[in-house]
Design a protein around this ligand. Structure first.
Ligand code: FA5
Length: 355
């Protein structure tokens, strides 16, 4: 047994000293120290060794293992040193290459992955272009909002049953400070815009919204909307529908089947729901459209006089229309994404499909 150990040690040390690259070293490591390597084989023979000799044989096995490991480390350092010396002497060597790669993987810098725009970002930019071309301003409002702009200013006082339509994440606020929440919709920007701008004006405000919702294939607790608002002396439902149709045909680049039905929101009168035929199943019924064939996408209507008043506008002089596009669902429809959770799930395999 001692003889065999001497033989392994001798062979290993010669082979390691002769190794000319790190790949060969790795093979030698496996051959001598690996799970099926020469030393493991010897260890298997231990059961036949007389009990009195076992400690001595064990000690020798450890000695050989330490010697082989030490020799591999020394040789690896030497090979690395030689390579670095060679590189430094090379006038064409690019010192700006990442040091990790130069040292460990070879000469080439690692090629970085090519970034891609998230589908939400891509569709938002497209919508912004479409509306900018129609003379709309692009505005941005806070995600942490006061109860006033999210509800009261939109004709939804505390006692109003419509507050239950949007389950809310409330933000803890000290006593005496206005109650704060994570905005449940982008409609928060309506009265803010009316107070900041001189009419007539038209604007869109895209953004992230939050609801304390049970999550499923078409409902997220965090999702995206785009609000559209137009204020003028005379606006019409026809103009509103024209703008929304323009938006949809631009985004889908083909005809899509829609339906308009009456919808109730305290901040519009009359109010409508615009649904799109489900593009994931083609209207046949699936988990995205809850087997109805239709997806709620674009609620809208004429701005309620009380909202105009909160915005400081006289309803006898000014009128408006507004819509609240379900952007996350629009993206799902455009790219036939069968589960909304993919959008913000952070799985790179999902996002890489849009490169
Ligand atoms: C609103 O949020 C109103 N502010 C829309 C509005 C604006 C009406 C202006 C009138 C005038 P609603 O709660 O229905 O309405 O949401 C609007 C759209 O957001 C829905 O049609 C749907 O496409 C999308 N949406 C609603 N809840 C979720 C959710 N949990 N996950 C993903 N998308 C959602």
């Amino acid at each position: 047994m001692f003889e065999r150990l001497d033989q392994i040690e001798g062979e290993a040390l010669v082979a390691i000293a002769a190794a000319t690259d790190e790949g060969v070293l790795r093979d030698l490591e496996v051959r001598f120290l690996g799970k099926k390597g020469a030393l493991t084989e010897v260890m298997k023979g231990m059961r036949d060794v007389a009990p009195a000799d076992k400690p001595k044989v064990g000690a020798r096995v450890n000695e050989v293992r330490a010697a082989v490991e030490g020799a591999i480390t020394t040789r690896r350092d030497a090979l690395e040193g030689e390579r670095i010396a060679r590189l430094s002497a090379d006038p064409d060597f690019d010192v700006s290459l990442p040091p990790f790669d130069v040292g460990r993987l070879g000469l080439e810098g690692r090629v970085g992955g090519v970034g891609a725009l998230h589908p939400l970002t891509r569709v938002t930019a497209h919508i912004e272009d479409v509306f900018r071309a129609m003379g709309f301003l692009l505005l941005d409002y806070p995600e942490v909002e006061s109860e006033f702009f999210n509800f009261d200013a939109l004709n939804i006082p505390a006692t109003h049953p419509a507050r239950d339509m949007q389950d809310t994440f409330w933000v803890e606020t000290p006593p005496g400070v206005d109650k704060q929440l994570l905005r449940t919709h982008t409609s928060t920007g309506q009265v803010r815009t009316m107070r900041a701008m001189k009419p007539p004006f038209r604007a869109i405000f895209p953004g992230r919204v939050f609801r304390y919702e049970e999550v499923d294939a078409s409902h997220e607790h965090t999702f995206h909307q785009v609000e559209g608002l137009m204020i003028d002396r005379k606006v019409s439902v026809a103009n509103l529908i024209y703008s929304m149709k323009t938006l949809l045909s631009e985004i889908f680049e083909r005809e899509v089947t829609i339906r308009l039905r009456p919808g109730y929101f305290p901040f519009v009168e009359p109010g409508f729901e615009l649904d799109i035929q489900c593009q994931v199943c083609g209207g046949k019924g699936c988990s995205v459209c809850k087997h109805s064939g239709w997806v709620e996408l674009l609620p809208c209507g004429l701005v309620h006089p009380n909202v105009l008043r909160h915005g400081g506008l006289d309803p006898n002089e000014w009128q408006g229309w507004a819509f609240g596009l379900g952007l996350s669902r629009l993206v799902m429809m455009k790219y036939q994404i069968e589960d909304i959770r993919h959008l913000l799930g952070g799985d790179l395999r999902f996002i890489q499909q849009f490169e």
